[in-house]
Write a protein that binds this ligand. Structure first.
Ligand SMILES: [Zn+2]
Ligand SMILES: [Zn+2]
Length: 259
């Protein structure tokens, strides 16, 4: 059995604090086989991860956390970023057309950005949209205190169940992981399609420590610092991020302002 964390944010997300290299380093250190960098309406961090992952003995799936009108949707195995702000149905069709699959992250908890039961049932009733929707997060480290409804309802839904970290800080990576038969990205995809994944939730206490850690790190990010690690053999440390990296991120920010 392999393990995956399919919901991780890099500094390409406006609200996250870890470089792609540090994500890969941490993911390897905590024994994950497959990861997905899923930044908010941004795909480039996931491409960077997919390219560098073999150096860390991992596989990284291209993906993103797409903002649909009804809430967030994880898109995996995609080549093109679905535009933000479309309906959930249109986003699912967009993902399906390019051979991708989707997972409902932190659903049914009434928090901003979370899909409702009505939205998910609406997608299931739509023959063009239901195909790509393969999974549901029954455990999310970031929203762990609000996940009960998703766990109860998941029993009645035809979806693979996954646990993810939704990490916005490096040390949360793997705090919530999904076990699957095999250890490659393709085997993980098969498990999601056959509904044979097993969620392994984070066993610890509430995420208050993570929130405090995030507040500190996001403040440091404003001054140009992020959790980084230059190579697979160097420990993760708070580093000033390089000019080229800042330019890339600023480009993301400018694009966000335009939309
Ligand atoms: Zn989200
Ligand atoms: Zn997220």
């Amino acid at each position: 059995m392999g393990t995956a964390d399919l919901h991780i944010h890099s500094i390409y997300s406006y609200d996250a604090t870890t470089t792609v290299r540090a994500i890969l380093k941490q993911a390897a250190d905590v024994g994950l086989n497959v990861i997905a960098v899923t930044d908010h309406d941004e795909i480039r961090g996931s491409f960077e991860a997919a390219q560098l992952a073999p150096q860390y003995g991992l596989e990284a799936i291209p993906g993103a956390e797409v903002s649909t009108r009804e809430g967030h949707l994880l898109a995996l195995f995609i080549q093109t970023l679905p535009p933000a702000g479309m309906s959930m149905i249109d986003t699912l069709i967009h993902i399906g057309k390019q051979g991708g699959i989707a997972i409902a992250p932190h659903p049914f908890n009434n928090l901003p950005g979370s899909l409702s039961m009505e939205a998910v049932l609406g997608a299931l009733a739509n023959p063009r949209a239901k195909g790509p929707l393969k999974g549901i997060e029954t455990h999310n480290f970031g929203t762990q205190n609000f996940d009960k409804v998703a766990r109860k309802l998941s029993v009645f839904l035809p979806f693979a169940k996954i646990a993810s970290s939704d990490a916005h800080i490096y040390w949360a990576i793997g705090a919530g992981r999904t076990s699957f038969p095999g250890n490659t990205a393709q085997e993980l995809r098969t498990a999601l399609e056959k509904n044979t994944t097993v969620p392994i939730p984070y066993e610890g206490e509430s995420s208050a420590v993570a929130i405090l850690s995030w507040v500190r790190r996001i403040a440091m990010r404003k001054f140009g610092y992020a959790s980084d690690s230059p190579s697979a053999s160097t420990p993760i440390d708070t580093q000033q991020i390089t000019d080229s990296m800042i330019q890339k991120i600023n480009k993301v920010k400018r694009q966000r302002k335009k939309t």
